[in-house]
Design a protein around this ligand. Structure first.
Ligand code: TZP
Ligand code: MG
Length: 206
């Protein structure tokens, strides 16, 4: 399935707490977010299923897909569009078998070795990162910089989205590096105006 990864929002429950998760996501979509991943390391499965269902309903008709971070059972039970997994999460083969051919499945990649061992035919896209060190993910792998990102993007047979410490000012260099989009948490979640924060990625004021 073709996906628009150009501006990929990853949610953070803590950062979205004040404004509300749904409110933040919908404002960001109005500003141009093209893809949403629900990520919550602390919620119970039941809470996350509930959040995902509400987000999915809010996004209906927008054409913006919703995928779930890590938790296959949440993806299965919420009606989300798919799953994003890291290197040590549910195996892609298991996720594809459970979710079926139409689901969107993405995999995080930090090295060429990981890229070469990825089950490409079962995947829709790759997340490449972190580009920079970030406080939004505690145990993140070594930062790639734009050069490392370019190496991975050049070797990727799938659409790819860069992640990790990215701000609107990095958009041009990310696309120059060959990625198809930017994935962000803190540049949108917790910002006073998530709509404007998203817009800044699409229409840089330079
Ligand atoms: N995976 C690699 S870096 C990262 C994730 C989930 C966090 C990105 O957050 P931010 O705030 O955009 O740096
Ligand atoms: Mg993970």
């Amino acid at each position: 399935m073709r996906v628009d990864l150009s501006l990929y929002l990853v949610t953070d429950a803590e950062l979205c707490r004040d404004a509300g998760l749904e409110r933040t996501v919908m404002d960001a979509v109005e500003g141009g977010v093209s893809f949403v991943q629900l990520r919550d390391k602390h919620a119970s499965d039941a809470e996350m299923i509930d959040q995902a269902r509400r987000l999915k309903a809010a996004l209906a008709g927008s054409g913006v897909p919703l995928v779930i971070n890590d938790r296959l059972n949440v993806a299965l039970q919420s009606g989300a569009d798919g799953l994003h997994v890291g290197q040590s999460d549910t195996a892609v083969q298991e996720a594809r078998a459970a979710l079926g051919p139409e689901a969107l499945i993405g995999l995080s990649i930090n090295t060429l070795e990981q890229l070469h061992s990825a089950p490409i035919s079962l995947l829709d896209y790759l997340g490449l990162g972190p580009v920079f060190a970030t406080q939004s993910k505690h145990d993140h792998a070594a930062p790639l910089g734009f050069e490392g990102l370019a190496q991975l993007a050049a070797a990727s047979p799938l659409p790819s989205v860069a992640i990790g410490g990215l701000k609107a000012e990095h958009a041009e260099r990310v696309f120059q590096a060959g990625a198809d989009g930017l994935a962000v948490i803190s540049a949108i979640c917790g910002q006073p105006d998530p709509c404007a924060a998203a817009r800044a990625f699409l229409r840089p004021s330079r």
